[in-house]
Structure formats: structure tokens, C-alpha cells
Design a protein around this ligand. Sequence first.
Ligand SMILES: Cc1ncc(COP(=O)(O)O)c(C=O)c1O
Length: 394
Amino acid sequence: MISERVKQVAPSQTLELNKKVAEGLAAGRNIIGLNSGEPDFNTPAPIIEAAHRAMLDGKTKYTEARGMLALREAIVTKLKDDNKIAYSSDDIIVTTGAKFALFTGLLALCNPGDEVIVPKPCWVSYVEMIRLADAVPVTVPVHSDWSLDTDAIEGAITAKTRVIIINSPNNPTGAVYGEDAMRRVADIADRHDLFLISDEVYEKLNYGDKPHVSPAAFSDDIKKRTLTVNGFSKAYAMTGWRVGYAAGPRDVIRSMSTIQSHATSNVASFSQWASIEALRSCDAHVEYMKKTFEERRDYAHGRLQRLPGVQCSLPEGAFYLFPNISGLFGKSDNGCVIEDSPAFAEYLLDTADVALVPGNAFESPEGIRLSYAVSMETLIDAMDRIEASVYRLK
Ligand SMILES: Cc1ncc(COP(=O)(O)O)c(C=O)c1O
């Protein structure tokens, strides 16, 4: 009875793993989950207070499907101040997380059979969303240092290519793409008349010396063919509030609003009021979380780098490390052979009670993703356990 559309889509592998970890925890195991894609911090208090106030004030009704004007205006100001892009409130849609901005964006832009290019390693959901939109994912490897291979992107273009998705800072690699690479991608999109979706949800978690680049800021021509996607989940520790947004050409935004109006109506009204407060008053909270993430990144990276068979470049953004673990393939402990990344993830879950996400989930089977969105104390414990298990492999 299940449609062909859904049958071709795999359930989110990270969510599957979360389930396995939850079952282990329920059974009393002391599992450390480094598999999750969300900040461990509580949502900053002013945001929670703003939601509470909104509810008490009766702001609990439907809003415009595309999002409240007050929030869209706050987003316009954010995009002008932070990203140097001039949008009006009619160019913005507030969505159920950045996820729904990406999905409705793909639905609005792609006809059946259109191809969407995604540099890999890439976030799990792009490929499945593209398939759900009846389009065809075309994943293209980045360089081994995780920088964009723009020649490979251009080489993958066919008559059916419609969209390129770029994600910087990147999940899972943590790579931040610099201005040169971004300009080259924008130029490719322009020359081949393609649309660009720029997923910038980790914008605020950028630790290196490369400033964040929003391609829509390059020129009016690029802006006309770019959907800038962002959200509140990662920067403001608001994953459960489900607020994201997109800015782009008005006809695309209008089409996305039409889809959203029939699919989910609007983002919860009080989440929208809370998001205005996030943009208005929470820069210091974001700065604190960023600094804390950076300390953890440095610690975990140092520990990983010293492990035999593991290679890990220093990520410049987001809150993930994505080491190459192919040096462990073929090794074994007590009859358990590490054949691939899922086998290593299972080995760690069984022997160290630590959960990581196998690279296969990111179209990159030689890697494994470790999220450092946990306390330093937990991270130290996790690294001790991982180290002990890796040293047992012969
Ligand atoms: C690269 C990337 N884009 C988008 C999202 C979606 O975020 P949300 O829907 O919570 O705003 C995620 C979440 O993990 C992500 O990693």
C-alpha cells in the first residue's frame, strides 16, 4: 500500500541510531551519545520568557502561513546586518525548521527527474528530500581536505541539472568554504543557469579565520538564483522550537508558502515570538556557546589525532568532527572485525557504550561523525572509552 515515492526513501539514519541509543539507555546502559545533531545547551532564558509572555498574552492563534510580519522583518534586519543581503519581508518565509525550508524549496524548484548536485560528505537529509521531491540526487566528492571541488561540481552538470546545494559550515565535515570557492560555485550556477540553495544553519558556529560567506550577497544576478536557508536550531539551541527560514526570489518564496500553507500552516506562534527575541537580545549567549564548542572541538580533535589508524583534520565550524577511520578497516578485537564504518560504530556502541554516526549516512563510508555537543566532562569520558576500544583493535 506504500507509494513508490516513499519506498525509495531511507529513514533518517541518525534518527535510527538515536532510537538504538535510547533503547540502550532505557535498558540501563551508560551510553554516551556523540551522535546527536543538536546543541546540549538549554535555550537561553530570554527566548523562553518571550514564548511564555506570548502565550499569556493570547498569541496562540494561527499566524500567516509564511510567518508573522514582525519575525520576517527581524530576519530582514539580520540578513542585512550579518550577511549584507538586502531583502524585503515579502522575500522571506518562516518554516518548520530549516529542514522544511529546504524541502519546500526543492518542491518549488524541481520537476520530476531534475538533478540536484550535492557535494559529499553531506547531511543525511538532502539526498532523501531530493528523492521525495521526485528529483535525482547527484553527489559529488569534495577534496580530501574537505574543501569544495568546484571542477567536479561543474563536471557533474547535465542538461537535467537544476539546483546545487551548498552547506557551509558543513555537516558532517565542519568545513567552512571561503569566498573564492563560493564565488566559483556561484559563477558555475550563473553560467549554467542553475539555482543555488545555500544552507547556512551553522553560520554562527565558525571558529576559523574565514568569514562566513552568503552567496546571495555577491550580486543581484546571483541573488536572483539563490535560496538562502538558515534557522534558529543550532545558533540559539532551539532545535525543539522548529523555526527556520528562507530568503530568495519572491516567486520561489510564494510557491514555498503555498506548499507550507497546505502542509503545516504556520510555525507555532509562540516559537515565532521567541525567535524575534533570539535575534533581538541573544548575541552574547551565542558567543558563549560558540566559545564552549570551540574548546571542546580542540580537545576532541587533539585526542582523535593521536589515535592509530585515525586521521582527522581540524574542522572550522559546526559541532562535528569527521575523522577518516579507513586505517582501522580489517582490524579486529575478540573476533569482531572492523569491515567498515557501520561495523566500527557498532563496535564502539558494544564495547565503549559510545554512539557515533557511520559515514555511510553522509555518503562517505570512510568517515565517522562525532558530535561534540556534550559537556567537556562527558567528552573526556567518551574519548577515554573510544581510545581504549581503538587500542584493543589488532
Ligand atoms: C546541514 C543542516 N541543515 C539543516 C538542518 C535542519 O535544521 P532545523 O530543521 O532544526 O532547523 C540540519 C539539522 O541537523 C543540518 O545539519
